[in-house]
Write a protein that binds this ligand. Structure first.
Ligand code: ADP
Ligand code: MG
Length: 247
């Protein structure tokens, strides 16, 4: 295919369903070997995608590129049609409203209760108080925490804390939810509950990307699985499984 028709095809994909595109993306930190080395992948609106791979394979770097916390050393990253290398600094906060993010270590505000942790995300984007009073209880009910809104994080189990983090990520209704090892600190039962919640969220139309090491869940859920190794995508399968790594 010629460069021209390739470009045309990509444009058509962007006009249609494509919400995330990485085209030949590399990222090299100031020290060390490339963390990502020529990654090309495309994710459509409404997909649920697992990203798996050994520690150090570049998964978190990929997430940070999508958040525009980092910029690629070379190649193109597009999110919702925007070329992230070209997005102006002042426009980054607005761009990030399209994204919800959940981490392994929850990152809640320890001195605020559950309600305040979630409401905080709405205040940052200047949601009117009247809306906040409606939205926060609604999203807390969605994640199964309707009765816990006055609790402080330390009074909650790990699974409950991750649900608060999830509510905070979702309250502004992002188009894309990114989760970087969201069940890494949870026991199997809570891990399943969080993954089932992520699946429900996906079923309402949110595009969901989940970085995980949880082999059992990946194999059971039969979603698209992108496997990374040493900065390269080594497999990308619909209804994939967690591939055993052998050097
Ligand atoms: P993963 O999330 O798959 O464990 P990372 O994306 O965190 O992988 O890391 C990929 C590679 O980049 C690793 O070799 C890691 O040591 C390196 N790396 C990650 N962050 C930095 C950084 N801030 N500075 C230098 N090297 C980094
Ligand atoms: Mg990581």
């Amino acid at each position: 295919m010629s460069a021209n028709s390739r470009q045309k095809r990509r444009q058509q994909e962007t006009d249609g369903n494509e919400i995330i595109l990485l085209d030949n993306v590399s990222k090299t930190y100031s020290t060390g070997a490339p963390a990502l080395n020529g990654v090309t992948l495309s994710i459509n609106k409404g997909e649920f995608v697992f990203i798996v791979g050994d520690s150090g394979s570049g998964k978190s770097t990929l997430i940070k590129l999508l958040l525009r916390e980092l910029t690629a050393t070379s190649g193109t990253v597009r999110v919702m049609g925007a070329d992230l290398a070209r997005i102006r600094h002042g426009k980054i906060p607005r761009f990030r409203r399209n994204l919800g993010i959940v981490f392994q270590d929850f990152r809640l505000l320890k001195d605020r209760n559950v309600y305040e942790n979630v409401a905080f995300a709405q205040r940052i984007v200047e949601t009117p108080s009247r809306e906040i009073r409606k939205n926060v209880p609604s999203i807390l009910a969605t994640v199964g925490l309707a009765g816990k809104y006055k609790a402080r994080p330390k009074q909650l189990s790990g699974g409950e804390q991750q649900r608060v983090a999830l509510a905070r990520a979702l309250v502004n209704k992002p188009a894309i939810l990114l989760a970087d090892e969201p069940t890494g600190n949870l026991d199997p039962k809570n891990s399943w509950e969080i993954m089932k919640l992520l699946e429900e969220i996906n079923e309402t139309g949110t595009t969901v990307l989940v970085v995980t090491h949880n082999r059992e869940i990946v194999n059971a859920m039969q979603k698209r699985v992108i496997t990374m190794k040493k900065g390269v995508v080594v497999s990308d399968e619909e209804m994939g499984v967690y591939i055993d790594e052998e050097d």
